[in-house]
Write a protein that binds this ligand. Structure first.
Ligand code: 5GP
Length: 181
């Protein structure tokens, strides 16, 4: 078990548990996309760490691109009003796209991303998320590959930040409330 970071109350998933789950997700994706060449769209910045491990667990020819959106609101609560910070560079029309996202909270970001992909006439769109907070969803959202379900606590590590730090912690834990309250 990893040593707990001083700003966490609890470790939810240690590095080994995360890697084992990613291997399973990679196998599933490899099977589902046999004979295809999907475009992996990594949502910056939180999904970067997850995406780099996930693609190495997928045994297929694939392309990687990045999409960055921002929602307004406080740093621990999303409001769902989204703007594009960095667009996808690849021509995704007619392509099989797999969106890789760190965490689904309200689902509003994913709803926006699905709309965006539809407008760009992709052949298919699936979503792979590491963490899902099912009790926090405000919209009905399709999630094709899901690492783990969690409660409504604010988590950090393995790509997930608070105020742009903690992304390099190799495991996932709950941030102490006193850090953001
Ligand atoms: P949604 O649009 O689903 O409400 O929010 C998704 C985004 O909110 C995530 O991509 C992530 O950036 C942020 N977010 C939601 N919950 C958490 C959390 O527990 N920890 C961190 N670090 N970010 C979160």
């Amino acid at each position: 078990m990893s040593k707990i970071h001083k700003d966490m109350t609890k470790i939810l998933f240690d590095a080994e548990t995360i890697q084992n789950r990613i291997k399973e997700l990679g196998k599933e994706i490899t099977k589902d996309y046999e004979g295809k060449r999907p475009v992996i769209v990594c949502i910056l910045r939180g999904a970067v760490v997850f995406m780099t491990d996930l693609v190495r667990a997928i045994d297929l020819p694939l392309e990687i691109d990045f999409f960055s959106i921002s929602s307004y609101g406080s740093s621990t609560k999303s409001s769902g009003i989204v703007k594009i910070r960095k667009d996808i560079d690849t021509d995704i029309s007619g392509r099989d796209v797999i969106v890789v996202e760190d965490i689904v909270d309200t689902g509003l970001s994913l709803e926006y991303i699905y709309e965006y992909l539809k407008h760009h006439n992709v052949k298919s769109a699936k979503v792979c998320v590491l963490l899902d907070k099912p009790k926090a969803h405000k919209v009905d959202i399709k999630i094709d590959y899901r690492g783990f379900d969690i409660g409504n606590e604010f988590v950090i590590g393995y790509g997930l930040d608070y105020d742009e730090i903690y992304r390099n912690i190799p495991y996932i834990g709950i941030l102490k409330e006193e850090i953001y309250k």
